[in-house]
Design a binder for this molecule. Structure first.
Ligand code: HEM
Length: 270
């Protein structure tokens, strides 16, 4: 393994057994159903953003045509509702897939957050900051850090099938979808909403729908786009969402614990 690979992964467990897992061996990370669900999510999310956010930023000059032409405003509303309906169907399909297929259930188990994720987040933060190693080099806390090298955060934490960032993103989509669907449903059916709840509850639906949309927009633009495009480990783009494939080398560097698990299983089978 080259020094460069080691730098990129920052991984502790770099056992490489070329006879059991080849660097160019291909593993399936996202199957066709999962990729279609993801593409439908991207498409509906984009349409919902483009047809929803102008209502919040209606004062912006370049959005004025949407509001000045009666037809374009009407079409915007239709598009928002069509995309919302497809999003709801996609959510139902994903729930069905998660409950009724073995792979869906396994993915779900792997996505459940645990204490290790908190520990990983804490360790990755300090590892990336490099503060403790800097202080050590400058001669501060020398005795303590030599007695407790953990606090130097020399190695980045190792991840399994899903790291804490991927888990967080998944649960943010679950949570965001529930909030947007419930609030959007009652905004769509105002009479039903007002027959069930007082006006202030309906007002909360509208406020929550707008702010959650902004939050989701920023999270996707800043966070998700960094993790799957700009992150040096995957730059210019992780192609998993297109071909579903991950190589032995990517598995070893990005998901070393999953790599180890497969390696152990193969060793047992020998
Ligand atoms: C990620 C998903 C979604 C995003 C980003 C989104 C975004 C937005 C935004 C920003 C607004 C303007 C809110 C305001 O005026 O303060 C809005 C309005 C609205 N949304 Fe959504 N929305 C989403 C999903 C949904 C869903 C699932 C439904 C229906 C079940 C829905 C139905 C509505 C309705 C009825 C309005 C009122 C404006 C109109 O008549 O088009 N939205 N949406």
């Amino acid at each position: 393994m080259s020094a460069k690979e080691k730098d990129i992964s920052g991984s502790k467990t770099m056992t490489k057994n070329p006879s059991l897992i080849l660097d160019d061996e291909v593993f399936l990370r996202m199957n066709l159903a999962e990729r279609i669900q993801h593409i439908v999510l991207i498409t509906t999310f984009l349409i919902l953003m483009l047809t929803g956010l102008p209502l919040i930023f209606y004062e912006l000059k370049f959005l004025k045509p949407i509001f000045s032409l009666e037809k374009s405003f009407y079409v915007r509303g239709i598009l928002h509702r069509v995309a919302a309906s497809v999003l709801i169907l996609n959510v139902i399909w994903h729930a069905y897939y998660t409950i009724f297929t073995k792979r869906g259930r396994n993915n779900f188990k792997e996505l459940l957050p645990g204490l290790k994720d908190l520990k990983d987040a804490f360790e990755l933060f300090w590892h990336n900051l490099g503060l403790m190693r800097f202080l050590y080099r400058k001669g501060f806390l020398k005795k303590f850090l030599e007695a407790h090298p953990y606090w130097l955060f020399e190695k980045a934490p190792e991840f399994g099938r899903y790291n804490f960032i991927e888990k967080f993103e998944y649960w943010a989509v679950v949570w965001g979808s529930v909030v947007m669907i419930i609030s959007g449903f009652f905004m769509w059916n105002v009479e039903l909403s007002l027959s069930l709840f007082p006006l202030w509850v309906h007002d909360i639906f509208v406020i929550v729908h707008g702010y959650e949309a902004l939050l989701a927009f920023l999270a996707v633009i800043i966070w998700h786009m960094y993790n799957v495009h700009l992150n040096p480990e995957v730059f210019p783009m992780s192609k998993v969402w297109l071909n579903g494939k991950i190589t032995g080398k990517e598995l070893r560097t990005l998901h070393p614990l999953e790599y180890q698990k497969i390696l152990e299983e193969r060793k047992e089978r020998l």
